[in-house]
Design a protein around this ligand. Structure first.
Ligand code: CA
Length: 444
């Protein structure tokens, strides 16, 4: 799975890409952006160092024929042309061989030994990241949210007083519900939702602003090529249908959610907003950070349709994640956000290939640009919890912040930023950037 695009010794001619940030030469994530305040169209960019490369513009430059052996440069240029759009969908629909050709071409164009004439052509297509604004990188057709962390399931169960009991289906399938694509966004201003809430012991529900607004730290899984309706994706082939991963904040109004969710699952407690990170990190870039998919012996092994030798060898992902909170008071005082928790995706009970295999088992067709949320990522210790309901034990123990404030749940003006990165000996660190959203007061 590793090739020259993962070489840890490779450096870019753009100095900012070699300084330990999120976007070195080995990463090359895709986003959709334009100059801040511009009225022009959004374009597909590739993040490199402190800049973004306009891929559609690059596709018309005379760089493609001279990129060296072992590379289908026609296919690479075709992939770049597919990115001449305001979403990644057409590129995602081309499939893994086109993605791989484009990745290799971009790598060679940006590598320190690229010919000066090529560097000049690429340089003309760069814009500083600080000058950009983003829209969602992918036009998401359908959004499904899974529930794959045993630690999250247990923590929430404890917090709401069921003793941490996990439903038996959790151990046999990656549980999910169909979510809402219309309210996805990047850098969102999230209006506190109003909803129907039943207080404990009350005779009837009341309607009002949620008092228990929360975030959920998740990864976004973006589907590349889909499958035909009626034809499931075998788990061994599932990853070839994944374009890449991003960050996803599944904002959750716990009071609305827990009243409404029996028996059909969450609805208004979650459908008001879901925040994505601007950049999509390709599965190819994550190749150096694979792990065996392992499960402790006390749990049942996956059923055959969710199991494969390759999965056991490299189905897992070693991705570090963190959540920071910047309150309005911190912002006014010029303080950065404060880390609420840090965890790793390796602790999930189900891995990404299994999500696609299970989703399509009954014949459901996935399409390019569909989005799967992994569910909250929580690790085994309390400090690794991926939602405030876990950290504050459903509000019973508000989290103490260093400036003297406390949070049982989110308050108006709170900004939540999710971040992720991968680092390992023998590989160059890559990052996902962040998914940021801020809570606005409810409408009166
Ligand atoms: Ca969720």
């Amino acid at each position: 799975m590793l090739d020259e695009t993962h070489a840890p010794s490779a450096r870019a001619w753009l100095a900012s890409a070699n300084q330990g940030g999120d976007f070195p030469l080995q990463n090359l994530p895709y986003g959709v952006c334009r100059r801040k305040g511009s009225a022009g169209p959004f374009w597909v960019g590739v993040a490199i160092g402190d800049s973004a490369l306009n891929l559609g513009a690059l596709s018309h430059r005379p760089v493609w024929a001279t990129l060296g052996p072992g590379l289908d440069s026609d296919l690479a240029q075709q992939a770049a042309r597919a990115a001449e759009a305001d979403s990644l969908n057409a590129l995602m629909a081309l499939g893994p061989s086109a993605w791989q050709a484009l990745r290799l071409a971009l790598f060679r164009l940006l590598r320190a030994d690229a010919a000066p004439a090529l560097q000049r052509e690429v340089q003309a297509c760069l814009t500083p990241l600080d000058d950009l604004e983003h829209q969602t990188a992918v036009r998401v057709g359908e959004y499904t949210d899974f529930y794959t962390s045993l630690h999250h399931a247990r923590n929430v169960g404890q917090a709401i007083g069921n003793g941490g009991l996990v439903p038996p289906n959790f151990f046999w399938m990656p549980v999910a519900y169909h979510g809402r694509a219309s309210s996805l966004g990047v850098n969102q201003q999230v209006r506190r939702p109003v909803g129907q809430v039943m207080a404990p012991g009350a005779a009837m529900p009341v309607v009002g602003p949620s008092q228990r607004l929360d975030y959920e730290l998740e990864l976004a899984v973006y589907v590349g090529q889909g499958n035909a309706q009626g034809t499931p994706l075998p788990v061994a082939e599932a990853e070839s249908h994944i374009f890449g991963l991003g960050l996803l904040n599944d904002w959750s109004a716990r009071d609305i959610q827990f009243w409404e969710m029996a028996p059909l699952g969450p609805f208004q407690g979650k459908n008001f907003a879901t925040t994505l990170s601007p950049w999509v990190v390709t599965l190819a870039a994550l190749a150096p950070f694979r792990l065996p998919f392992e499960r402790a012996p006390e749990f049942p092994p996956p059923l055959p349709y969710l199991d494969s030798p390759a999965l056991r060898r490299v189905g897992g992902l070693d991705i570090e994640l963190s959540v920071t909170l910047q309150t309005a008071a911190m912002r006014q005082a010029g303080q950065d956000g404060e880390t609420l928790s840090r965890t790793n995706f390796r602790h999930q009970h189900w891995c990404i290939a299994q999500l696609l295999a299970h989703h399509t088992l009954g014949g459901c067709n996935l399409r390019p640009g569909d989005l799967l949320g992994t569910g909250t990522v929580s690790g085994p210790t309390p400090a690794e919890a991926g939602a405030l309901i876990e950290l504050s034990q459903a509000g019973q123990r508000p989290v103490a912040l260093s400036n003297g404030e406390h949070r049982a749940f989110l308050q108006d003006g709170d900004a939540i930023a999710l971040s992720a990165w991968c680092e390992r000996p023998g590989a160059v660190r890559i990052g996902f950037g962040s998914a940021r959203g801020e809570v606005l007061p409810a409408l009166s």
